[in-house]
Design a protein around this ligand. Sequence first.
Ligand SMILES: [Zn+2]
Length: 151
Amino acid sequence: MGTSINDPNEIRDTDVVFDCPYCSKSLAIDVRGSGLVIACPDCGEQVQVPIPEGLEIADLDVATGDEGVRIIHLRELLLSAQLRVRELEEELEGLRQRRDMLEQLRAENTVRYDVLGRELDNIQRSLGRIGEVVASATETARRVSGIVEPV
Ligand SMILES: [Zn+2]
């Protein structure tokens, strides 16, 4: 297994780059060294090589040569696809919330129209009653005046 620590100036595609938790030195190591405990070349402390996100330790067992590089690249593709899916899910969730908000708004407006409709009905009925009262008062006034001032 190639677990030798590489020169950070020659970082390869398949290297894991991380800082030593003890001395903060930037370390680069072949991805196949992920999960292994190594001695930091700078401070000598025992540090565990991190496992890159999206990579599984089981991949590393079979990750040899070109096949390993292919698996690592497929993992990267998978990870970016998963990130894209997550983004789309968030976008979808945002759209759902917007739809729900609009539906709620529409429902509220319907209620508002409903209330308005009922108020208009009430007003209409009131106007009708007022009309009847006015008509009856006019009739009464006409009859009264007919009595008082015969036509
Ligand atoms: Zn160190």
